[in-house]
Design a protein around this ligand. Structure first.
Ligand SMILES: *[C@@H]1O[C@H](CO)[C@@H](O)[C@H](O)[C@H]1NC(C)=O
Ligand SMILES: *[C@@H]1O[C@H](CO)[C@@H](O)[C@H](O)[C@H]1NC(C)=O
Length: 492
């Protein structure tokens, strides 16, 4: 015979509960049952899928850089504090960057064996979120209890493409809106049965050694498995705005600022161009963001004094630019006046907000080796590397460049892809790529509107089929608010 408390937990239906609650007033119920009923009334939460908080494993998608690690630690503390207010048995809260040293840990799939092996016996859900996601623990619990944890579930706030997108390899080009993928900022969850199934699949068929470009989309594709696995179930309580009271999660969207913005003179901007584009692309830079940069040079295969451009003596290459980029790095380290702490390298068709970059960079220590931008991966399923993709802008601290050039790591040929070679070199040096989703390798139209609506973007890339000047003034130009803010800080 099981003790009554256990039976109640299994059988609990509203009618039974009412019965128990009534009879409790009169009769000889065991203390256990009384307590159970009291707890239920207190929580006011349906226990249909009676999971407890301790059955949720929280995974914060953290990064090892100290600024990001600190934010993740803060979130962990908030979660545990709120949990302690609710129950004595605290959930597990994990920081992704502490879980595994492997380069590809941020792509999550390589960690599924760990999750399956460690938590499948005592947990029901793995809940993932970003360092700026905020969670209302009681509401999250209430939300997850709607889903039977013995089934396979992939839960999140659904994003979809409006047009087929290069960053998703033009998937579902006939109707890109049909495929739903999660907005990580709102938090997302996998039930343990699904984690176990994915783990089994990983064992029999290793991850493809390919590019990682938009992880949110790629994870959804992997789980969906061309119809073999569940699609994303859209959960309205997973939110990125803060308006609705029904939300279990929110995302704090803002541009980080730690103290004062970095000074204009502390960022050297290098634009990679070539003779072919002097007339077509450079006028757009001059019309848009050039005025925000205090130190800027255009590096080309041809010196043109009206711009002016600097001829680096490296022949132009159709693609790759590795030779050109290393020449820029050496020139910055060895010939550029004084000790400018930061170098930004962009393409001649990158649109960027230097004023927002100055805000963001205030959160990083330029005496440390810092490489920052939009992080992509190559071959991370096996033993590949991460890199900061060039078109969205690559930011380096002087120290990162010093360590790189002190190593023997160089281009295979002048037309190797510069960003990938840099990623491989930094990976060999143990210098992690720092990801900021505010840098973009593609055009605004290539991203989901919902995703962009909670970002303060720093860059976009490519002029193809858009009016780049208009895109700049719509998405990146300092707003009146930002302008006055800059004025304010000058007055202090
Ligand atoms: C579940 O098991 C893992 C591995 O033994 C342990 O680290 C974790 O704390 C356990 N979780 C709970 C809620 O007991
Ligand atoms: C703890 O719970 C009470 C009410 O249940 C609430 O007013 C309070 O804000 C909570 N504190 C924290 C730290 O969540």
């Amino acid at each position: 015979m099981q003790p009554p408390a256990c039976r109640v937990r299994r059988l609990a239906s509203p009618a039974l509960l009412a019965l128990l609650a009534c009879s409790a007033a009169f009769a000889s119920m065991s203390e256990d049952v009384k307590k159970e009923v009291k707890d239920l009334k207190k929580s006011g939460i349906s226990r249909k899928n009676g999971i407890d908080l301790k059955e949720i494993v929280f995974v914060i998608q953290s990064q090892s850089n100290s600024f990001h690690a600190k934010k993740a630690e803060q979130l962990k503390k908030i979660i545990l504090k709120e949990a302690a207010n609710l129950t004595q048995e605290l959930p597990t809260v994990l920081l992704l960057h502490e879980l595994a040293q492997q380069e590809g840990a941020w792509t999550i799939l390589p960690l599924l064996p760990h999750f399956s092996g460690t938590y499948s016996r005592n947990s029901s859900w793995i809940f993932f979120c970003e360092e700026e996601t905020r969670i209302e623990i009681p509401k999250l619990l209430e939300t997850l209890r709607r889903y039977d944890p013995s089934k396979e579930w992939f839960l999140g706030k659904a994003l979809h493409d409006e047009e087929s997108s290069v960053i998703h390899h033009y998937a579902f080009s006939e109707n890109p809106t049909v495929f739903k993928y999660p907005d990580f900022a709102a938090g997302w969850a996998l039930s343990i049965p699904l984690v176990n199934k994915l783990n089994k699949r990983l064992k029999s068929e290793p991850l493809k050694s390919d590019f990682t470009i938009d992880l949110q989309h790629e994870i959804a594709l992997y789980i969906w498995d061309k119809g073999g696995g569940p699609p994303l179930t859209s959960v309205p309580e997973f939110c990125t705005d803060r308006v609705d009271s029904h939300c279990a999660t929110q995302f704090r969207s803002f541009l980080p600022l730690c103290g004062q913005p970095v000074k204009k003179e502390d960022i050297f901007v290098a634009v990679k161009t070539c003779k072919q584009f002097h007339g077509e692309r450079i006028p757009i830079i001059k019309l848009t963001w050039e005025g925000q940069a205090s130190l800027i040079e255009y590096y080309s295969d041809y010196a043109e004094s009206s711009i002016p451009t600097v001829d680096l003596g490296i022949p132009n290459t159709e693609r790759g630019h590795c030779g050109k980029t290393f020449a820029i790095l050496e020139r910055f380290l060895n010939h550029n006046r004084d000790k400018i702490p930061w170098l930004l390298i962009v393409d001649d068709d990158t649109l960027i907000s230097i004023s927002r970059l100055r805000h963001l960079l205030s959160c990083y220590d330029s005496s440390k080796p810092i490489v920052l931008g939009e992080r992509y991966g190559y071959g991370l399923g096996t033993d590949g590397y991460s890199y900061v993709t060039g078109g969205g802008g690559m930011v380096f601290s002087r120290e990162a460049i010093r360590r790189l050039l002190a190593s023997k790591c160089r281009c295979h040929s002048i037309d190797s892809p510069d960003d990938m070679v840099l990623g491989m070199c930094f990976s060999g040096l143990g210098i992690p790529m720092i990801h900021s989703p505010l840098f973009h390798q593609a055009r605004p139209t290539d991203y989901s509107k919902d995703l962009l609506s909670h970002q303060v973007p720093i860059s976009f890339h490519k002029y193809w089929n858009i009016d780049p000047v208009k895109v700049y003034f719509t998405w990146l130009a300092p707003s009146e608010e930002e302008k006055s803010h800059t004025k304010d800080t000058k007055c202090f």
